[in-house]
Design a protein around this ligand. Structure first.
Ligand SMILES: [Fe+2]
Ligand SMILES: [Fe+2]
Length: 398
């Protein structure tokens, strides 16, 4: 039976924490169990779902086995929750939630204060590559604004005294509901690409090198699905023209291939680029939220949330479209945080610190990301919590 060691490790300078199973396989530098948040909440394996070798052991060794298998990257569950890990009650809960968005991967559920805690923040560039990426993203945004005739003016009470909303829209100072949707549909159709590309490439790397991935794939695929859900949500209120559809089609062809090559050559740069895009996405949605709250998009003042959004974010039935936009912004802040944090890691050897769970929304929404050392500290703390919870669960069962 393998044992679980928690020990400080110095790897390439900064001190990182390492959890290693004493087995013959090599452990990556920043080792984490790839347990998923959903598995943290639901996984404690029932006796019937425990591994066969544990079932035949004494109760204390079974408990130790289950703890090890729950947390070790060598054990089951390290690529995420499996339906076999669930108790009967968990399965009933899963079936019950199937009517309300249970078909999706893990996704966040926010409180009102989570939604309002999101801030527009930017990570200060620390290298020439960082600065180049930021300038590239800003140039792209500037070009996009010019092409769509949008000036991004901050509307003051004076503007509203001298012009109507309709006039401000005609001058390009204010976006109409349709213009917001056009912009959002285009951006979300692009935003859904990176997570899938990164997830695919890491999946293929795991296959061809016959190695575990370290928990990155699920987080990246969740991001891709999260972005696609943004798109599908807004599609319930949008009617994109053939021109918008054509632009989306062409942009995907170009962006997919460019991002694929970038991720293949330098995944760190790819994550930094996504994080920079997400910084702008948070700013754009914050602008949109302010416009709606100030009554500058009157079509959306009392608009209810689409059912798909209520199901996906588990919102109350009387939620509004404004609540949905706030949830989307909180998701974008999470992407900003996760991608900056991932960009700070050793792409080949570090485990994904968020495979075990993600920091609270107030953290994800207010800082650009974790440094590598902060990621290691967070991962270690999460592991300790999980170890404690798994032991507690086993003690209850024995
Ligand atoms: Fe999005
Ligand atoms: Fe995003």
């Amino acid at each position: 039976m393998s044992s679980l060691l928690v020990m400080p490790l110095r790897a390439g300078g900064p001190s990182v924490l390492r959890i290693a199973a004493t087995s013959s396989r090599r452990a990556p530098a920043l080792c984490l169990a790839g347990l998923h948040t959903s598995s943290i909440a639901r996984t404690p394996p029932a006796p019937s779902a425990a591994p066969k070798n544990a079932a035949s052991s004494s109760s204390s060794s079974a408990a130790a086995d289950a703890t090890t298998s729950a947390l070790s990257h060598e054990g089951r569950g390290s690529e995420g929750a499996h339906y076999n890990d669930k108790t009967e009650a968990d399965i009933s809960a899963l079936i019950a939630t199937d009517k309300a968005g249970g078909w999706t991967l893990m996704n966040p559920i926010y409180t009102e204060s989570d939604l309002d805690s999101v801030k527009v923040v930017y990570r200060e560039p620390q290298t020439i590559t960082d600065a180049t990426i930021r300038n590239m993203v800003r140039l792209t945004k500037w070009t996009f604004d010019k092409v769509t005739g949008y000036k991004g003016t901050h509307i003051t009470p004076d503007h509203l005294k001298s012009s109507t909303i309709e006039q401000l829209r005609e001058k390009g100072d204010l976006l109409s509901d349709k213009a917001w949707l056009k912009r959002i549909i285009f951006l979300e159709s692009i935003a859904g690409v990176p997570g899938m590309v990164g997830g695919t490439l890491r999946h293929l790397r795991s296959l061809r090198l016959l190695r575990r991935d370290g928990g990155w794939i699920h987080t990246l695929l969740e991001e891709a699905e999260n972005e696609r859900m943004h798109l599908l949500t807004f599609m319930t209120v949008a009617r994109p023209s053939w021109l918008t559809r054509a632009v989306v089609l062409g942009a995907q062809g170009v962006f997919y291939n460019l991002f694929f090559l970038t991720y293949l050559i330098t995944p760190k740069t790819a994550h930094r680029f996504v994080a920079a895009l997400e910084e702008e996405a948070v700013r754009t949605y914050t602008h949109c939220i302010e416009d709606v709250e100030r009554g500058l998009v009157p079509e959306w003042s009392d608009k209810p949330a689409p059912q798909i959004a209520i199901d996906y974010w588990r919102m109350p039935e009387d939620a509004s479209l404004l609540d949905v936009i706030k949830a989307v912004r909180a998701d974008e802040a999470t992407h900003r945080f996760v991608n900056h944090s991932l960009a700070n890691l050793d792409q080949k050897h570090d485990f994904n610190p968020f495979a075990l769970g993600e920091p609270a929304p107030e953290i994800r929404g207010t800082i650009p990301g974790f440094t590598r050392e902060e990621s290691a500290k967070y991962a270690n703390e999460t592991q300790q919590k999980l170890l404690g919870a798994a032991k507690e669960q086993q003690e209850k069962q024995s």
